[in-house]
Design a protein around this ligand. Structure first.
Ligand code: AMP
Ligand code: TRP
Length: 338
């Protein structure tokens, strides 16, 4: 997926930054849409991955749960194969420069730009009181990205608009104060960039879904997986091929199976060409997911909290060293340092 051929030895290393909110569940949409890409970039890029707890508090959190979820999210990075020798992992609030840069960037971001964000519209819809953090969330995300001279942001498709705004903010700052920020690019998988809800394949799989059958969590048991895939919404046509508009449920299962097993969608279509029910596809998807999740959980159980904390401490030190330089540059440019 990553174009290694274009990366010669003399070329400066590219820098990848991404984050996941510690809001409890990490589902296979997060894994296939985002973490799988992180695994591809680490080693080829200077990679920095953050548990973005300051983003998580834009919706109410129980402090005790937030702490536990933060540690568990970092453990998930490690159990997924993120290698702290190759990548920097840290907790966002351990590097105060994120909140500091957020403030300065907020002074050049238009309200009209923030109101346009789909995620803000979705999350604020139906709530009586809309808190300002929900609106300014993408400015903090821009700060996360721009602090590290990030060239590449591996994310799911739902974050495309936020990365676009980060690019706009970087260009604006550079125009106003002189070249300071690298203008980053989103790196989005062609397949898997949007894993859909199992109960409603018209909408993306989401941890905030009311129905637990919407997602497969990395913490699900084999029985959970089997039951959720069995109930996954499909259609009544009885033939298996990829067509996102006509057959969103079947296409979603093909995408999941393809990404987990590494088989192409074309090959999967051939495998199931003669089948007239979805039972085979569902069984195979269940088996592939259960194999993947049980191996993941085994690795997860073998990682101690102390080990995670150790890597997060080291990661925060490394991240701070980079972030403080960039913030100093910004303060200098803006006339904030004497
Ligand atoms: P979040 O859980 O919102 O912090 O998202 C973490 C990462 O997972 C981001 O890169 C998202 O774009 C990605 N992601 C979240 N939901 C999905 C989904 N349903 N399909 C693909 N990627 C997703
Ligand atoms: N907003 C992202 C999400 O909800 C998480 C995130 C925060 C992020 N800061 C980031 C992703 C910086 C990439 C880069 O998924």
């Amino acid at each position: 997926m990553i174009m290694k051929s274009s990366m010669t030895k003399t070329e400066p290393k590219k820098i990848a930054f991404s984050g996941i909110q510690p809001s409890g569940i990490i589902h296979i949409g997060n894994y296939l849409g985002s973490i799988q890409l992180w695994l591809e970039v680490q080693g080829h890029y200077d990679a920095i991955f953050s548990v973005v707890n300051l983003h998580a508090i834009t919706v109410p959190q129980n402090p005790k749960d937030l702490k536990a979820n933060t540690l568990n999210a970092a453990k998930t990075f490690l159990a997924s194969g993120i290698d702290p020798e190759k990548a920097t992992i840290f907790v966002q609030s351990d590097v105060p420069e994120h909140a500091q840069l957020y403030w300065t960037l907020g002074t050049i971001t238009k309200l009209s730009e923030l109101y346009l964000m789909t995620q803000f519209k979705d999350k604020s819809q139906g709530t009586e009181t809309v808190l300002s953090g929900l609106l300014t969330y993408p400015v903090l995300m821009a700060a996360d990205i721009l602090l590290y001279n990030t060239t590449t942001v591996p994310v799911g498709d739902d974050q495309r608009q936020h990365v676009e705004l980060a690019r706009e903010i970087a260009r604006r700052f550079n125009d106003m104060f002189g070249k300071t920020f690298v203008v980053p690019q989103a790196l989005i998988h062609k397949t898997g960039s949007r894993i859909m809800g199992l109960d409603n394949p018209g909408k993306k799989m989401s941890k905030s879904a009311a129905n637990k059958n919407n997602y497969i969590a990395l913490t699900d048991t084999a029985a959970d997986v089997a039951s959720k895939i069995k109930k996954a919404v499909t259609d009544s046509e009885g033939s298996i091929y990829y067509d996102i508009d006509k057959k969103p449920g079947v296409s979603n299962l093909l995408t999941i199976l393809s990404l987990i097993t590494g088989s192409s969608i074309k090959d999967l279509e051939k495998t199931y060409r003669e089948q007239t029910t979805y039972a085979g596809l569902k069984n195979d998807t269940t088996t592939a997911l259960v194999d993947f999740i049980s191996a993941f959980q085994k690795r997860y159980r073998n990682i101690s909290d102390a080990e995670v904390k150790h890597h997060l401490d080291l990661g925060a030190q490394k991240a701070r060293a980079m972030a403080s330089q960039k913030l100093e540059e910004v303060y200098e440019r803006m006339g904030l340092s004497l």
